[in-house]
Design a protein around this ligand. Structure first.
Ligand code: S3P
Length: 173
């Protein structure tokens, strides 16, 4: 599959459990690009896990560190980037994503209960899921923002990762 020359990076956005990391890794290998998970990039830069960052410094500091990790990640080319689920909530991040040229952003969508169930099957430390009502409120607040920054929205509710990748390639390539 070949990506048009005017696209230099693909950004995957969406709530926790949307499949950003799974799809991102598979998509990158399919098109011969590098995959970069911004959360993992941030953990490596700070030498701390995300739960540790929340616990030690609070969410506001986490969000500042996250913005700087996003800015650094967006400098890469031929890269598929998976954002953290909260990234589009910050105006700074939306502007960074929208104003970085040659960036194609994709929203991986699914209903909240599906996403929540997927997350419960994973063992990733996610401090913002500690309270179900608060997580649902974050989902509602973020949903229009994910759409707003994306060129393409893909419903992943009942698709396999490979089906999602085929849909992405059909839409871009
Ligand atoms: C968060 C999502 C996580 C991670 C952090 C906060 C959020 O990323 O950045 O736990 O606020 O939705 P994933 O969407 O990759 O799990």
């Amino acid at each position: 599959a070949s990506i048009p020359a005017d696209i230099k990076r693909i950004v995957l956005t969406g709530f926790m459990g949307a499949g950003k990391s799974t799809i991102g890794r598979l998509l990158a290998s399919r098109i011969g690009w590098t995959f970069l998970d911004v959360d993992t990039h941030l953990e490596a830069r700070t030498n701390a896990t995300i739960p540790e960052l929340f616990e030690r410094h609070g969410e506001a500091t986490f969000r500042r560190l996250e913005s700087s990790a996003i800015a650094s990640a967006l400098a890469r080319t031929q890269t598929v980037l998976a954002l953290g689920g909260g990234a589009p909530e910050e105006l700074t991040n939306r502007l960074l994503i929208e104003q970085t040229p040659a960036t194609f952003t994709i929203f991986l969508d699914a209903p909240f209960p599906t996403l929540y169930d997927r997350c419960m099957l994973q063992e990733i430390g996610r401090p913002v899921l500690a309270n179900l009502d608060a997580a649902q409120a974050r989902f509602a607040r973020r949903h229009p923002l994910y759409r707003r920054i994306s060129r393409l929205t893909i419903d992943t509710t009942s698709s396999t990762p490979n089906e999602t990748i085929e849909a992405i390639l059909a839409a871009i390539a």
